[in-house]
Design a protein around this ligand. Sequence first.
Ligand code: NAD
Ligand code: WQD
Length: 337
Amino acid sequence: MKILVTGGAGYIASHTNLELLNAGYDVIAIDNLSNSCMESITRVEKLTNKKISFYEADILDKDRMTKIFQEEKIDAVIHFAGLKAVGESCSIPLKYYKNNLSGTITLLEVMQEFGVKNLVFSSSATVYGEPKSVPVTEEFPLSATNPYGRTKLIIEDMLRDLYQSDSSWNIAILRYFNPIGAHESGEIGEDPNGIPNNLVPYVAKVAAGVLEQINVFGDDYDTPDGTGIRDYIHVVDLALGHIKAIDKLNQKPGLVTYNLGTGVGYSVFDIIRNYEKACNIKLPYVVTDRRPGDIPITYADPTKAFKELGWKAERGIEKMCEDSYRWQSKNPNGYRK
Ligand code: NAD
Ligand code: WQD
């Protein structure tokens, strides 16, 4: 089976490509390299000893996409391509709407033209806005608190409308919680441009001595230690969730939606403590103001994915921190030499 992976050189895609190849799938990857490098593709090829058919292309380029669909006989698409920085989406919203929405519409149009109607979509726990309680099930009300989140919600709505209009589509909407960590080889991982926005990549840079200290965004939340609580999930567990989702599409389920999280919440201080253990370094931090738009607490109820996909996250917080630190130590400049 041939799987087209959009955003195929990115963080979650590179780990998914590796698991797809190991499971015997052929992988065609498309990426415009706006937030990634070819090196991640090369490394996955080395780790698996298999080839990826890579196209440097933009999903907004319909002619190019059409040619790729003509050249390759694609069975299903995993759609990762998108811009994902929450803060940036508030300052340049049109870029986010254009890239994420027009990109997805173009992809769906080409899929429709070629009769490829199997899709896995990268959604996010951000579509739950500020949940009224935890754990969060798939039935919770949906809302968005920033333009990035709104692109995910609009795409989800678009997919539900598309399925309503044509039930021959099979669509798995996967709502990721907070992916962190790296492949245990230390050869592939998250490689953010500039100063990281997210907690664990930032902590990794402090552990490596590149950044001075961690900024803890508020310790006055209504949580046991006052800091924000999230459901951190090992990126390899997340990647394996995509393999299960592809298996599910083969059973022609129609449109299905799953939370991919562990079901366990950790605070910012929990993360710092666990990371200190992994790197054996005392990590300096300072408590600063809350970050605007942050919610106090969220974690998943992952029961539905377990029951219907047979998927469950297996890797704990220690392993997430160890693997993150191994990747950081082996690749102080990420994929750049
Ligand atoms: P990433 O930035 O590493 O990967 C996205 C890839 O898409 C990048 O390689 C980028 O170059 C590519 N891309 C962007 N626009 C494109 C376009 N128009 N044409 C072709 N390629 C394009 O991010 P990631 O963390 O691997 O996230 C993958 C997906 O998962 C995204 O859709 C993201 O919104 C979603 N997601 C991520 C997280 C997270 O915390 N990392 C959480 C929930 C959902
Ligand atoms: C985690 C916790 C911060 C940085 C984001 C997106 C979400 C999804 C995942 C894509 C919070 C605190 C952070 C720092 C800190 N992405 N923090 N110091 O905000 O839960 O989720 O990534 O879909 O949509 O919003 O993740 O890692 O930024 O923050 O104290 O330097 O760490 O306040 O409590 P977040 P995060």
